[in-house]
Design a protein around this ligand. Sequence first.
Ligand SMILES: [Zn+2]
Ligand SMILES: [Zn+2]
Length: 475
Amino acid sequence: MALISLVDRVRRQAQLGQFSRAERLIRRIAGAPASEQRGSELAESVAVLSAAYQEANRLEDAAHLLDWAIEADVATGTAERGTLMRSLGELQIDLGRLEAAHRTLAAAIKIHRSALGDEHEETVRDLLSQADLDRAAGHPDRANRKYRELVEQLEQRAGPRSARLIEPLQAWVDLLLDSDLPHEQACVPAEKHLRRLLELQELAEPNGPEAGWTRLDLADLLHDHERCEEALDMAKPAWELGRAHATNDPELFDRATQWLAGWYQAHDRPGDAVELLGQSLRVWQFVTGPRHPKVAQAMGALAQAHLHAEHLQEADQLCERGLDILSSLLGDMPRASEFVQFSADDLASARMNFASLLWTRGAVALRQDNPLAVALFGGRALLMLDLNDDEVGEALRPTLCTARAEVLRLLGHAARTDPEAEALFHRAVEQARTGEGDVLPSTLEDYADWLQAHGRLAEADQTRKDVDAWWEVNG
Ligand SMILES: [Zn+2]
Ligand SMILES: [Zn+2]
């Protein structure tokens, strides 16, 4: 009897990125004469490795492994076989093989129904995956109906306060918020289901982080409908929950902080933003230790709040401290070399962290009428953002372009000559076109102000019309 279980060995190897070793191990043990104990361990090991493949975005490898496991019948129990099949079906949806997914999920459901019954959790999961398939196949109505039936059935069998309603309600809300349905058929039921979800989550795990995520979803929905104060009251407890779980699950805290800071900024309450981001900085210092890129980032966020509140000195000092932390960890100009391994995205994130602090220092210098300092900080920020777009992951590219547009705008305001300023604004607009959020209209507006200040009224007018046109389409 091995001291370390097969599942743990596979998990450990997958964590180290030794996927083929893990897979060889599973296949070798599957080839040996089986005992029942080993059978269910094998099925679990397959599930662990398949999840690791998916996390590494190796969907084909995951599908291949599951295909083999089902074919070789590694699972002892029939129900386990059904569960492997559902995993394969879900992967086939992600891979766009919808007909194959249809067959696999139908087989999974048949197995679970006969082995475990209609009400069992596994069978319910199969039905949820079938609804996902309907969504993927472009039948949101069908998926909508399935979710409703599932929720109603579960309510009758397990009662209206059962935690088993959580998963289908979550999936239902995702579908509604993602749909093109009109307000009454999408937002209204989505709000109702989200509130119910929140109640169930608070009941199932008082003060658990899941309720925090639901609160943020609700806050988004409320704010989209201009119920601003309600949204704020909904998000504040999410931030508290995030703080309570910041050590083991920092993502909720991060998101909740960003949400609230965004709200305070949108409602022109810089004092509250300073208060919030100051508290957040102290939480990060406690969670990660005082010298960590996350702390530098939190200093940058607080510095921007200070900038909005016109506390220029505080803003500048915070950025200086943040840059100091980053330089001591990453050098003055982080780059990948044969000695330092950096993925393209990690490098881009590190450089954007630097650039954001430098931008804020430049913005402070602009308020202080110090164009030379603007040029120095802005020039360094631009150098940080000088990355090869093709190497940066698709998800980060718009953020990178946004950062460049902001820096170029800043430099435009401090340019020595008019032609130089104009060239910088043009470059800023070019970057903003592939940026995110409202960076394009705000860059154009900036440019329009500059044109107007230089007596070029007709061009300023035309640029403002472009801004209006953008809001028409994207507002
Ligand atoms: Zn609506
Ligand atoms: Zn609002």
